[in-house]
Write a protein that binds this ligand. Structure first.
Ligand code: HPA
Length: 266
């Protein structure tokens, strides 16, 4: 950990970001538009490379609306074969760099039939259906406690702040519960019916590990899902990664507008 943090601090001349953002599938463009310093994951000690199409794989630092921000342009996923500890390592690094607010973004399938592709959903809570937990193993007391409370992972005050920003911009927002599966296969229609019974509004393959670790590190978390498709079995179309990227591309301008306004308001 120390060599990672030291390397980044040296490269960025102690930039000391206050806000962290993890940009999901198709949403990386925000970091292209706000880039003061960029460091490829491949050159950062202990970081793993991103292998998914549509994910770039670099840490981008920028002052946005007066706030010092670090962005992950591309994240690592559990389905790539990395461990939970590996994919959440960057969150711990962000904490050590000084980040106290983390904005998690993703592309997700809608379980809630009132949601439409290209809607943005604020995550109010999550269900970890990945079958494992990133905090397994020896606990690092310098980061957090052994049994962290999870009663308000997605901070109500950040949700209210995001809603205010959206209202000012005339952007319609949905709110709901995000359920994470390990992937990489999309769900079956029966699994989506199960997710609905469990109380999920959206499904995806990310975000939950990072949210657990950020909450454990006492960071304040805001989660935004770009609804890219109706989940499996809703309607009659099949799912593809291309469709997910296409639809996310359609909603990215309102996503970027919202994100920029949230950063200003934090
Ligand atoms: N399921 C799981 N992950 C996803 C989906 C989906 O329907 N859409 C985008 N990511």
């Amino acid at each position: 950990m120390k060599n990672t943090v030291d390397y980044i601090n040296e490269k960025t001349k102690n930039f000391a970001p206050e806000i962290g953002i993890i940009l999901g599938s198709g949403l990386g463009e925000f970091a292209d538009e706000h880039c003061d310093i960029a460091i490829s994951y491949s050159e950062i000690p202990n970081f793993i490379k991103s292998t998914v199409k549509g994910h770039k794989g670099r840490l981008v630092f920028a002052v946005i609306n007066g706030k010092r921000v670090v962005m992950m342009q591309g994240r690592n996923h559990f389905y790539e074969g990395h461990t939970m500890q590996e994919i959440t390592y960057p969150v711990k690094v962000m904490k050590k760099l000084g980040v106290n607010t983390l904005i998690l973004t993703n592309a997700a399938g809608a379980v809630n039939e009132n949601f439409a592709p290209s809607d943005l959903m604020l995550i109010t809570d999550h269900i970890n259906n990945m079958g494992t937990n990133p905090l397994l193993g020896a606990n690092d007391e310098t980061l957090g406690e052994r049994f962290p409370d999870m009663s308000e992972v997605y901070k109500k005050k950040l949700i209210a702040l995001a809603e205010k920003c959206a209202e000012k911009l005339g952007i319609k927002l949905q709110k709901g519960v995000y359920l994470a599966n390990s992937g990489p296969s999309y769900e079956t229609p029966a699994e989506i019916r199960m997710a609905r019974v469990l109380g999920a509004d959206a499904v995806g393959m990310s975000t939950v590990p990072e949210a657990i670790v950020a909450n454990y590190c006492k960071m304040e978390v805001l989660g935004i899902s770009c609804i890219s498709n109706a989940a499996s079995g809703i309607g009659d179309s099949s799912l593809s990664h291309e469709e997910v990227i296409d639809v996310t591309n359609q909603s990215k301008s309102k996503f970027k507008e919202l994100l920029s306004s949230i950063i200003a308001a934090i």
